[in-house]
Design a protein around this ligand. Structure first.
Ligand code: FAD
Ligand code: NAP
Length: 482
């Protein structure tokens, strides 16, 4: 139970950061206290007692007034006026990847003094550490801070991980953002606490953080008025397939890791991990393709890498098929008119229907280009869905150069399996492994099965009510987190 003493509203000019007194569980104001349930000393931070969330939420209403948004766009749009009114309030930003840095810079430009909580020891999020061969897959010109161009030293269309990381770091340094970031500080829960009056936005967000560094290992509670969630969706919480009892990794004698564990290894350890082994990579998106490529480079024909997939995808040869970025073709304002969107007006829906032949033509054109370039028909890899569906889901991935050459030579084997399970020697492929047939023998399985960004986002809220607000229903056409 957190109780505020005194008037803490800097907007009204009554109180200043640091002037508040706070009691936790009835213990004395400020200072070190031990918390119930957390099992660690709690240091109460009484600085900047006010602030917001990527949209504030009023739990006294059945619907949030402004939903928490992990990206800044909607926040800027929806809450512009509110932000002006709420000047001087305390803003907590969770995450110092690209989104968190942009949010931080924006808030500074509006006169706020945000505090950024970052679990890792550096800025850059997913770009801090990737597998060795990772490059930007969108063209550099489309992956650029609008107020901070790439340095002239980077001339590649698709910069390497190091180059992307350096670029993000320079952005943070250039705009002097680092001093606002609390590194090695993981937010373990946020909870809304209603204010004394029923007025909107009177409450606070209680942000519980765990600080982990060589000097300190403690839990702190911060009170902020607004929280901007920039926690990313492609890291931290792996999507691990579920298996019936005794048919999961525990049944297997080899090693099973997720692609994020492989990416976390230093390059040499990763190479040694797969060298000379039969490797099976599960998945058919970017992580799977890149890791399979690294395995085939390491092991060649001696130990071909098997890619176990369940859905064929329109993965593109590159983003510049005819020297024109694909995004210019598909993600411009005109192409948006070709796609039906939930809740759109009758006129827009009619327009999308009338333009559907054009949409179909576009799709077939790109599909035939990809098919020809990758020889998909030959390998039985033609997807059942259209390219328009693929790009509308924002899940288009580039195929590493020479990937299908490796398939052709046999150092990468593509194997379809709608589902799979583990057995002692390897993997039982759906519909193929019976008591008389042998399983797919393998030494190592790398699950390149993606991430549970939805779960990461949900779990940061202590309250079930907010967890449900943020994630929406799994059947929603447009999950909030997009
Ligand atoms: C390997 C890889 C390559 C990619 N390549 C491309 C590409 O070429 N083009 C493209 O458009 N997109 C690409 N993406 C997508 C990429 O996720 C985005 O482009 C972008 O980098 C995401 O930035 P972000 O700040 O939203 O999230 P992230 O980079 O994931 O940053 C989130 C940050 O929040 C921190 N955090 C999370 N939870 C907490 C917590 N509870 N407390 C404190 N801190 C927390 C994390 O430590 C992390 O630093 C790629 C993704 C991956 C994984
Ligand atoms: N720039 C780069 O070089 C680079 C490198 C790595 C990642 N990334 C980006 O990072 C993001 C994450 O990529 P990712 O490849 O890690 O994950 P992802 O895009 O989410 O792909 C997950 C893959 O795992 C499969 N899968 C999920 N659950 C499965 C199950 N139970 N059984 C079998 N297969 C299952 C999916 O198949 P279905 O299609 O059948 O669901 C899909 O092929 C993407 O945006 C990607 O573009 C970029």
């Amino acid at each position: 139970m957190v109780e505020w003493k005194g008037n803490l509203d800097p907007v009204e000019g009554n109180g200043a950061p640091g002037s508040a007194e706070m009691c936790i569980d009835g213990l004395g104001p400020g200072g070190e206290v031990s918390s119930k349930g957390l099992g660690r000393p709690i240091k109460v931070n009484t600085q900047g007692p006010q602030l917001l969330l990527g949209g504030a939420v009023n739990p006294s209403q059945t619907q949030p007034t402004h939903l928490v948004q992990p990206s800044l766009g909607p926040l800027i749009g929806d809450a512009k006026n509110m932000l002006a009114m709420e000047k001087k309030k305390q803003i907590g930003i969770i995450g110092a990847g690209i989104s968190g840095l942009i949010a931080c810079k924006y808030m500074l430009s509006k006169g706020f003094d945000p505090i950024v909580f970052e679990a890792r020891s550096d800025v850059g999020g997913v770009w801090i550490k990737t597998i060795e061969t990772t490059r930007l897959q969108s063209p550099r010109s489309l992956y650029q801070f609008s107020d901070f161009p790439w340095p002239s030293s980077v001339t590649e269309d698709f910069p390497t991980q190091d180059q992307v990381f350096d670029y993000i770091q320079s952005y943070a340094q250039h705009f002097d953002l680092i001093k606002h970031i609390r590194f090695n500080t993981k937010v373990v829960g946020i909870e809304y606490e209603q204010g004394l009056s029923d007025k909107d936005l009177e409450g606070k967000w209680k942000v519980v953080v765990e600080e982990n560094n060589t000097l300190n290992n403690s839990t702190e509670v911060h009170q902020v008025d607004f929280v901007i969630l920039c926690v990313g969706r492609f890291s931290d919480v792996p999507n691990i397939p579920e298996f019936p009892l005794n048919k999961g990794p525990e049944a297997f004698h080899g090693k099973v890791i997720h692609s994020m564990d492989y990416a976390a290894m230093d390059y040499e350890s990763a190479a040694n991990f797969v060298k000379g082994k039969q490797v099976t990579v599960v998945g058919f998106s970017k992580s799977a393709l890149d890791i399979a490529m690294e395995c085939s480079e390491a092991n060649g024909l001696r130990n071909p890498c098997t890619v176990l997939y369940r859905t064929e995808q329109w993965n593109v040869p590159d983003y510049l098929p005819w020297g024109v970025p694909l995004t210019y073709l598909y993600l411009n304002r005109f192409s948006e008119l070709l796609v039906r969107k939930p809740g759109e007006s009758f006129l827009l829906s009619l327009l999308a229907t009338m333009l559907s032949p054009l949409r179909w033509g576009f799709s077939k054109f790109v599909e035939s280009h990809i098919n020809k370039k990758h020889r998909l028909t030959k390998y039985g890899m033609v997807p059942k869905h259209s390219f328009v569906q693929q790009i509308s889901s924002c899940l288009v991935t580039t195929v590493p150069e020479k990937f299908y050459d490796k398939v052709e030579e046999g150092s990468i084997i593509l194997k379809k399996s709608p589902s799979f399970s583990f057995c002692e020697e390897g993997i039982s492929v759906d519909g193929e492994t019976t008591s008389t047939t042998t399983p797919l023998k393998t030494d190592v399985v790398i699950l390149a099965t993606g991430f549970r960004g939805d779960k990461k986002l949900k779990d940061i809220f202590v309250s079930r009510v907010f967890q449900d607000y943020i994630a929406g229903s799994p059947n929603e056409a447009l999950p909030l987190y997009r």
